[in-house]
Design a protein around this ligand. Structure first.
Ligand SMILES: Cc1cc2nc3c(=O)[nH]c(=O)nc-3n(C[C@H](O)[C@H](O)[C@H](O)COP(=O)(O)O)c2cc1C
Length: 400
């Protein structure tokens, strides 16, 4: 539990006691400003644990204090969270023990802000809060009421019971789904662009949303996630390692490099099947010819290539098809490439495949199973795909 500098810091003693009554062990990290408001001795006495206040711990102790504090913790709560700490978290600053712990922490994070109404309503704070939400942080909204400075408005720390209830909900959800803990998942997303000349390319409509949803879902189930992404213009999320691979060739290289150490590969990217044999130097000049013929060559089929190099990885491919024969082609793709599952989506179906927030998919495999799912959000779709894939990870022989 992180405590930052504000009048509401005294209420975090109540939150701590309530968490203990719920059976949780709590370790406290305070900012230096928080110590001006409440003494660390109170938190140490109640928690029966050392309170972290300094990045360097005891001068004579070896180790990495911010990593040691995180060790074995299921969730991070910051209550109250000051405007300053929220801004630091949103920008990725790690200038004190608390913000360093935040950046290094891989589990769920719950933040309960408390501040004066003007600070809360300031556009900078709103922006920072949106950034935290996009990073996957769970917010316990402050309440409206009489604030310590006499003003009336939003900004008062949520009641300890509301904070604890929110924390229990997040903890319950994350623990129920820790089925990918210790598993490294490699995901590709987006659409490659194959250069024609210095400024033009052959591309496709993939937005990367499906891959983004898969990455967030796998991360939230405890996986280590590596995302190889091609030209995706979506906010990056915390707890995911991104590798940029804008062309089919770059994506092949990145996937080959990461594949041997991964346990599951999900090829969700729309990789060009053909690329111009050679990209022209500079910009092609339209005054030189009325028509342009670009000679194209086949790119490497990354999934098929990696399937041939497979050790015991679980392999999942995507088949974006168009029209009624697509499903049969997707079934064929699975057998031909010898992968565990192929997720078929039909770009001709309303609400499916590219760009939008939803998808309509058929999950082919594992084994003889085939599940045609109704239209649902890409996140829900991602969860269903991982539900089907998780038993395959568990069924593998244990690696030496
Ligand atoms: C009496 C007093 C009360 C304060 N209350 C708050 C508050 O409720 N929320 C807040 O964001 N900042 C508040 N501040 C300002 C913070 O203490 C200040 O921004 C500080 O840099 C926060 O540091 P920290 O985020 O490292 O704890 C208060 C300052 C004082 C002097």
């Amino acid at each position: 539990m992180g405590v930052t500098g504000g009048i509401a810091a005294y209420k975090s003693l109540d939150v701590l006691r309530m968490l203990q009554r719920h059976g949780h062990g709590v370790s406290v990290v305070m900012t230096h400003t928080a110590e001006r408001f409440v003494g660390s001795a109170s938190f140490a006495a109640l928690s029966q644990r050392e309170v972290g206040t300094s990045m360097f711990g005891d001068a004579d102790q070896p180790g990495y204090h911010h990593l040691d504090v995180n060790e074995g913790k299921d969730l991070m709560l910051i209550a109250p969270a000051s405007a300053n700490t929220i801004a630091q978290m949103a920008s990725g600053f790690a200038s004190n023990l608390l913000t360093s712990c935040y950046l290094a922490f891989r589990g769920p994070v719950v933040v309960a802000p408390a501040m004066n109404t003007s600070m809360w309503l300031h556009p900078a704070t709103s922006r920072n809060i949106e950034t935290l939400r996009a990073d996957g942080v769970h917010l316990v909204e402050p309440e409206s009421g009489l604030l310590a400075d006499g003003a009336v408005g939003p900004g008062r720390l949520a009641e300890p019971s509301s904070i604890v209830a929110a924390l229990e909900a997040v903890l319950g959800a994350s623990q129920a789904r820790n089925d990918l803990a210790g598993v490294k998942v490699l995901i590709s997303a987006g659409g490659t662009r194959e250069p024609i000349d210095a400024v033009r390319y052959v591309g496709n409509r993939s937005s990367g949303r499906m891959g983004w949803a898969l990455a967030a879902a796998a991360r939230d189930r405890g996986a280590e996630v590596v995302m190889v992404q091609a030209n995706v213009d979506l906010p990056r999320e915390g707890g995911i390692r991104y590798i940029d691979a804008p062309t089919a060739a770059a994506m092949r290289d990145a996937c080959r490099a990461e594949f041997p150490s991964c346990d599951m590969l999900i090829m969700c990217a729309a990789v060009a099947d053909y690329r111009p044999v050679a990209a022209a130097d500079g910009k092609l000049d339209k005054s030189k010819a009325d028509a342009l013929t670009v000679e194209m060559e086949r790119t490497t089929d990354i999934l098929a290539e990696l399937a041939a190099l497979r050790d015991d990885q679980v392999l999942i491919g995507f088949a974006a098809e168009h029209g009624p024969e697509g499903l049969e082609r997707a079934r064929g793709k699975r057998t031909r490439k010898a992968v565990d599952m192929v997720v078929h989506n039909d770009a001709a179906t309303e609400g499916a495949a590219f760009e939008g927030p939803d998808n309509v998919v058929t999950i082919i495999g594992p084994g003889e199973s085939e599940a045609a799912l109704p239209r649902m959000s890409k996140r829900e779709c991602a969860e269903r795909i991982l539900d089907a894939a998780c038993p395959l990870v568990d069924a593998r022989p244990v690696r030496a």
